[in-house]
Ligand binder design. Structure first.
Ligand code: ADP
Ligand SMILES: Cc1ncc(COP(=O)(O)OP(=O)(O)O)c(N)n1
Length: 301
């Protein structure tokens, strides 16, 4: 187990359970283990789910969510924490309250709203609660494109709109915003490259990778945010944590391409070695120019 100053490094996830094992709590704990970080979990909802569909959802009561959080935080503690599926505004409320009460740092908010199979994982009325109560506590916010559109209230179809959306989301409170590009299109189909755009309140960085032509992408968002959380728990700076997470997800998709788990959007393979800041992820930084942003220096984290 990875140690920091002799102490076992710990990370925690507050999310829903995916019975199929590809997303949610299960993906998060597998990712923490791959990063050699001790993982604890608070379950917000059970989903009866496989690679094809979400067949049912049973929510926890807010009181039981709070009891799980207290049980972990009064005894084990955590160096970083992520939230995933939170289901409703009452759960969001107790989560936000408890994170403040315990002065939790290194908070990654993955604003999970809809599964790849198209089922809602967050009630519509909870979106405002997420914006008002949770986003101000987030160190890192990791929406995919449809989630960023819902939070911003406008469509994002161009790179310029994506730059604007990241700034608008940062104004709601998170220190760093990453808009993930897995859902981006080019012409009639998916984009050839997947670009994740990072805004830290002042500067933009974009991370690029070739799109892997695979349907085994169930749980990529959960895995990505869990990998960032594990990196932060290990003491990485945010850019290194994001770069490691991006290469971990890439490797996990690649390693699952010939898997026969399920008949729909199959899970990724978390049994891959982590790569920490080896200069494997190509990225770019941006400078302000003529009232907009211009891509300039190529960076390697
Ligand atoms: N086909 C793909 N090939 C390579 N990377 C991908 C692919 N699909 C998603 N990713 C990566 O997986 C992560 C999650 O992206 P995305 O699919 O946008 O989020 P979500 O799973 O929340 O919908 C991002 O880091 C993105 O770059
Ligand atoms: C229980 C649960 N939580 C989250 C998700 C969504 O996961 P995500 O990583 O965004 O991947 P897809 O499901 O969209 O492939 C989920 N499905 N279930």
């Amino acid at each position: 187990m990875y140690l920091n100053n002799g102490s076992v490094v710990r990370a925690m996830t507050i999310a829903g359970s995916d019975s199929g094992g590809g997303a949610g709590i299960q993906a998060d704990l597998k990712t923490f283990a791959a990063f050699d970080v001790y993982g604890s979990s608070c379950i917000t909802a059970l989903t009866a789910q496989n690679t094809l569909d979400v067949l049912g959802i049973m929510e926890m009561t807010p009181e039981f969510v709070q009891l799980q959080l207290q049980s972990i935080l009064d005894d084990i503690g955590t160096h970083a924490l992520k939230t995933g599926m939170l289901s409703n505004e009452n759960i969001i409320h107790v989560v936000a309250q408890t994170l403040q009460q315990y002065k939790i740092t290194n908070i990654v908010v993955d604003p999970v709203m809809i599964s790849k199979s198209g089922k809602s994982l967050l009630s519509y009325s909870a979106i405002q609660a997420m914006k008002e109560q949770l986003l101000p506590l987030a160190d890192i916010l990791t929406p995919n494109l449809p989630e960023a559109e819902t939070l911003c209230g406008y469509p994002i179809t161009t790179f310029e709109q994506c730059l604007q959306a990241a700034q608008d989301l940062a104004s709601l409170g998170p220190r760093i915003v990453i808009i993930k590009g897995g859902h981006a299109n080019e012409g009639d189909g998916p984009s050839s490259h997947v670009v994740d755009l990072v805004f830290d309140g002042e500067n933009f960085t974009s991370f690029h990778s070739p799109r892997i032509p695979s349907h085994k992408t169930h749980g990529t968002g959960c895995t990505f945010s869990a990998a960032i959380t594990a990196g932060l728990a290990r003491g990485m700076n945010f850019l290194n944590a994001i770069a490691s997470a991006k290469s971990f997800v890439q490797d996990a998709i690649e390693a699952a391409t010939d898997w026969d788990v399920g008949n729909g959007y199959g899970p990724t393979n978390h049994s891959v070695a982590i790569r920490i800041a080896e200069g494997v992820v190509a990225g770019y930084s941006y400078i302000r120019k003529d009232g907009g942003w211009m891509r300039c220096e190529e960076i390697s984290v």
